[in-house]
Design a protein around this ligand. Structure first.
Ligand SMILES: Nc1ncnc2c1ncn2[C@@H]1O[C@H](COP(=O)(O)OP(=O)(O)OP(=O)(O)O)[C@@H](O)[C@H]1O
Length: 233
């Protein structure tokens, strides 16, 4: 299922001045793509992916999946879409402290009405992410890399078509970064499109396409080569 973003714009008002945090952005993501999104702090990366995750309403433009414009979904439909189609790996800590690792992974399964149980599937995802030995542990006893693996397993529990990861390696060492990136690459290889915001040059090589966001304008780098301008126009 291709994701088609057309003329997407998000306008904010700061002081009394309106500005486009995301400015007329268009691109298409195919199943299995592993998309890097890079760019300076404040350039509009999170605003863009939050609109794709239906967490934010665009000012203008469309986001189509299989002919359905998700921008026009009502709140309840938008939540259902997010729950079934999007796996979201947020930048910060996102586990629930009162649940053990296995139950944290199961949470999205139970947010919508579904047949069956999520226990085996959640355990299998913990095996895939290399932390099944921590199934009964609580988040406060886990390292940053282990918590990131929990977030990845949880993002996959509903078999999403798209995984969005907002700086998944921001606080990890080189070795753990490589392991987390291998996991994300494997996810893309199964046909789930991955969109990753990153500032981490080590992480970039794992993606198949790279986009640069600059003051709300998104440009794809030819041949996945990265040209970063440090000047702002
Ligand atoms: N609710 C809001 N109201 C007004 N301005 C906002 C709002 N949310 C974000 N912005 C502004 O929009 C711009 C884009 O923000 P965004 O968080 O998308 O950037 P980013 O590229 O993800 O940054 P970072 O790399 O620091 O996370 C920034 O200038 C930010 O200050």
């Amino acid at each position: 299922m291709a994701l088609e973003v057309r003329s997407l714009t998000k306008e904010y008002i700061r002081g009394r001045v309106a500005f486009q945090a995301v400015n007329n952005v268009s691109f298409v993501v195919q199943p299995g793509d592993f998309v890097n999104i890079i760019g300076r702090s404040g350039s509009g990366k999170s605003t863009l992916v939050n609109m794709i995750a239906c967490l934010l309403t665009p000012t203008k433009g469309s986001i189509e999946i299989d002919g359905l414009n998700i921008v026009s979904l009502k709140d309840k439909e938008a939540s259902a879409y997010r729950n079934s189609k999007i796996g979201y790996i947020s930048q910060g800590q996102s586990t629930l402290a009162s649940l053990n690792v296995l139950d944290n992974v199961r949470v999205p399964f139970h947010l919508s009405k579904r047949e069956g149980t999520s226990k085996e599937a959640a355990f299998s995802l913990l095996e895939q992410t290399g932390i099944s030995h921590l199934a009964a542990a609580f988040p406060k006893h886990l390292s940053g890399g282990e918590l990131k693996r929990v977030a990845i397993a949880r993002a996959l529990i509903n078999h999403p078509d798209y995984v969005i990861a907002d700086e998944p390696t921001s606080d990890l060492d080189v070795q753990t970064t490589a392991e987390i990136m291998e996991l994300l690459k494997n996810i893309a290889e199964t046909g789930t499109a991955v969109m990753m915001i990153t500032h981490d040059m080590e992480a970039l090589g794992y993606g198949s396409r790279t986009f640069v966001m600059d003051a709300g304008i998104l440009t794809e780098c030819a041949g996945n080569r990265v040209y970063i301008s440090h000047k702002r126009g």
